[in-house]
Design a protein around this ligand. Structure first.
Ligand code: ADP
Ligand code: ADP
Length: 227
């Protein structure tokens, strides 16, 4: 049980209840898509998984450790998070520096840093852009830079917020292959998405959230059949 969400509720200071009694367990190596309409609570749930939100009640544990009780930097060794908007996480002057920042910050030795950075650039289709300024890239490319930055940190758990938004068809295929590759490497992947084809292609399990509650949770095949 890598991720365990137990009776999680989240009420914002203005009184909005974004999550109401959500329970969810994710096992190591699972590929879980979280779907649901706007306002369902998906992003709020993701914020709890990376320890940047505090439960109103309930708990979130990552590898048996309470996410709310961990330093964010400590949790970041276990859970990599790719923001919906890449501009929330890109800071460096070149793509290679951006992708190299995480493994450097984690104190990885130089050879591991280099190998991870080059692998991350390659699997996101960005090797040719290593020396570009992220600002000069398209939105879809900047999202892939954000993804590559997280990959380079080599976390066992990867959480993605709407990874296919703004990607052309070729890049979506690349992302599908990448999720499969990460799965084969034993990573646990949880993606917030509204992209049914992406769910069908790359995920095993679908969790449907609406109005802050889990409405459905099961195998992707049954979800596609409209169960
Ligand atoms: P989703 O990602 O599924 O669109 P969110 O987690 O962003 O859902 O939002 C869930 C609910 O919480 C929505 O009603 C939204 O308007 C509300 N909400 C989100 N962020 C805040 C905030 N900072 N303050 C108040 N309400 C918020
Ligand atoms: P350093 O080379 O000192 O580690 P940099 O910030 O220059 O620091 O690079 C960060 C990472 O990106 C390093 O692991 C480096 O090997 C890798 N890197 C730099 N330039 C490229 C490039 N053009 N293509 C692929 N990887 C690169």
């Amino acid at each position: 049980m890598v991720l365990r969400v137990d009776s999680l509720s989240h009420r914002y200071p203005n009184g909005t209840t974004a999550l109401a009694d959500v329970s969810l367990t994710v096992r190591a190596g699972e590929r879980v898509a979280v779907v649901g309409p706007n306002g369902a609570g998906k992003s709020t749930l993701a914020r709890h998984l990376i320890g940047i939100a505090r439960p109103t009640s309930g708990t979130v544990t990552v590898d048996g450790r309470d996410a709310a009780g961990l330093e964010i930097a400590e949790l970041a060794r276990s859970v990599g998070f790719v923001f919906q908007n890449p501009d929330d996480q890109l800071h460096a002057a070149t793509v290679a520096k951006e992708v190299g920042f995480g493994p450097r910050n984690l104190g990885f030795p130089a050879d591991r840093r280099t190998a991870l950075t080059q692998w991350a650039l390659q699997v996101t289709g960005l090797t040719g852009e290593a020396n570009s300024h992220p600002r000069h890239l398209s939105f879809g490319e900047r999202k892939r830079v954000a993804f590559a930055s997280v990959l380079a940190m080599d976390t066992p758990i990867i959480v993605l917020d709407e990874p296919t938004t703004g990607q052309d068809h070729r890049s979506v295929v690349l992302l599908e292959e990448l999720v499969t590759d990460l799965h084969e490497r034993g990573k646990t992947i949880l993606a917030i998405t509204h992209d049914t084809d992406f769910c069908a292609e790359s995920f095993d399990r679908v969790v449907v959230l609406s109005e802050g509650r889990v409405r459905w949770d099961g195998p992707v095949e049954r979800w596609l059949e409209g169960d």
